[in-house]
Design a protein around this ligand. Structure first.
Ligand SMILES: NC(=O)c1ccc[n+]([C@@H]2O[C@H](COP(=O)([O-])OP(=O)(O)OC[C@H]3O[C@@H](n4cnc5c(N)ncnc54)[C@H](OP(=O)(O)O)[C@@H]3O)[C@@H](O)[C@H]2O)c1
Length: 250
């Protein structure tokens, strides 16, 4: 099949592309520069080059996102542009890469991801909304950013179930090769850990001597993280690689 991977240059997308190629598909790796083998160029924020990029595709893995820029323009309006550009008669499956908890956690980026899900559900296209938990490397980045010299403050009671991005990519490729569910599918890491536990493991492995301090954080957003808003439900598929194994490089 002809498969288009939006966000093909991203952390997830660049791992999904070779897996789909190994499964025998012809894969287009979409990004704004169109770099890499099978690279096609298109910009979801403007729609530029999008019709040419999607022409003749059977399956789309939609993993492009702009969390640090304008997710309402790229993730929401960009998803609408993608829907409009696709050939309805030809498309067999669109897998949207989303995040566990976008329906529960009142954070601007998550609200945008949830709105993009609604665009896809309303589109009438054969879609699967694949919600994944935080990638291990993303947790590393958050903790490195939060560190203040010898102290690492973390919100008290927050919980997460981070997952290996390679395992997530394998699951995305597997889902993309199957039929659309028209609904949400979840994929999470093997264990739920508190932010303090994650931070202590990270500090021990990466910044020995740094002291973790769990601090109560008020507000609805914090409450949602404490109440397990980003933990996968009981029916979720699970990766096997733990955060400790990631830190050990195992
Ligand atoms: N980070 C996490 O822990 C996490 C957890 C669960 C799910 N997710 C979801 O997983 C997906 C992939 O995340 P990731 O970490 O792999 O992302 P990433 O590394 O930040 O990559 C983002 C991708 O989106 C593309 N992109 C950004 N703006 C674009 C635009 N205007 N037009 C076209 N492409 C654009 C980028 O391409 P160029 O910049 O090269 O153009 C890049 O390929 C996202 O949907 C994210 O919400 C993330």
């Amino acid at each position: 099949m002809d498969v288009l991977v939006t966000g093909g240059s991203g952390q997830l997308g660049r791992r999904v592309v070779p897996l789909l190629q190994q499964a025998g598909h012809a894969v287009r790796q979409m990004s704004r520069r169109g770099a890499g083998p099978g690279g096609v160029r298109a910009d979801l924020a403007t729609g530029r080059d999008l019709p040419a990029a999607v022409r003749g595709v059977d399956v789309v893995v939609h993993a492009a996102s702009d969390p640090r820029g304008d997710p309402w323009q790229v993730d929401v309006a960009g998803t609408r542009r993608l829907v409009q550009a696709l050939d309805r008669g030809r498309l067999q499956h669109l897998v949207y890469v989303s995040i566990v908890g976008v329906d529960r956690v009142p954070w601007n980026y998550y609200r945008a991801k949830f709105a993009a899900e609604q665009v896809l559900l309303a589109s009438g296209l054969p879609v699967t909304l694949l919600r994944i938990t935080q990638y291990h490397h993303f947790v590393d980045e958050m903790l490195a950013t939060a560190r203040r010299g010898p102290v690492l403050p973390v919100p008290m009671g927050w919980q997460a179930a981070p997952v290996d991005v390679g395992e997530a990519a394998a699951f995305v490729a597997e889902v993309a090769s199957g039929a659309a569910t028209g609904d949400v599918v979840e994929f999470g890491g093997p264990e739920a850990l508190s932010a303090a536990d994650l931070a202590r493991a990270w500090a021990a492995a990466r910044e020995p001597g740094v002291r973790v301090v769990a601090t109560p954080l008020p507000g609805r957003l914090s409450a949602a993280f404490r109440e397990g808003g980003v933990l996968p439900g009981p029916g979720a598929a699970r990766g096997r690689r733990t955060y400790a194994e990631h830190l050990r490089g195992a």
